[in-house]
Design a protein around this ligand. Structure first.
Ligand code: SF4
Length: 232
């Protein structure tokens, strides 16, 4: 009969633990896959509290699996944004509007925008060439700080300066996803609104969708009925 040494026992235990961890990881991936596919299929998010940390921890693996089964990167991004937004809705609505900020990307401006760059981003002069000139005063009227920014470094700077507890970011799918992750890391509650058209200039956003997000949690009686929201 072969006698097992202490080292053999140790290696045996390591092998068993590794096997159990691999089985647990496989099961977790399977659960995430089922929940994600079911959410895709129904248009509803199932168990977002499980999906969000699972997705964050296993994003690379999940992306590879979804690519393998024919879902493209854009669908994955849209799903991640929806997931992150859904998780933050309630907390966002609970934060007073004067502790929230809105960041608009400079690509929403008209090509001949006369706004000048300042240390706090571009200063819109409401020239009437794009919707920012109308939505900015409406959002500021609600109590928001609104920034028109050329990049994420401005967002970080403004957050450090004004200490908002929540923010709304507008951008393309990738920008919004990265922005929401950045907000998470900075312990801020973030919501994202995805642009209708990508590009570097004259992109489009649904201003009503942004206004709807901006008014989350606000007492309807505090929202003037005559606030003008531009058409998309
Ligand atoms: S409305 Fe404001 S952001 Fe839009 S083009 Fe005019 S100055 Fe630029």
């Amino acid at each position: 009969m072969v006698e097992l040494t202490l080292l053999d026992h140790f290696l045996f235990i390591i092998g068993e633990v590794t096997l159990l961890l691999l089985i647990a990881l496989g099961l977790l991936i399977l659960v995430l896959l089922i929940l994600t596919l079911a959410s895709f299929h129904s248009g509803r998010l199932y168990f977002p509290r499980i999906l969000k940390p699972g997705f964050t921890a296993l994003e690379g693996v999940m992306r590879a699996i979804f690519k393998f089964i024919g879902l493209d990167d854009q669908e994955m991004l849209a799903f991640s944004v929806r997931l992150l937004n859904t998780m933050n809705l309630k907390a966002f609505a609970a934060i007073p509007v004067n502790e929230r900020a809105i960041f608009l990307p400079q690509c929403l401006r008209a090509a001949r925008c006369p706004a000048h760059l300042t240390p706090e981003g571009l200063k819109c002069v409401s020239c009437g060439q794009c919707g920012i000139g109308e939505i900015r005063p409406a959002l500021e009227h609600l109590g928001y700080r609104v920034f028109l920014v050329p990049g994420s470094s401005f967002i970080k700077r403004m957050v450090k300066q004004y200490h908002p507890r929540a923010l709304v970011g507008v951008g393309c799918l990738l920008e919004v996803k990265e922005g929401l992750e950045m907000a998470d890391k900075m312990h801020l509650i973030g919501l994202g609104v995805v642009t209708l058209k990508d590009g570097c200039v004259e992109t489009l956003v649904d201003w009503n969708a942004l206004f709807e997000v901006a008014t989350l949690g606000l007492d309807p009686s505090t929202i003037p009925v005559d606030l003008h929201v531009p058409a998309a």
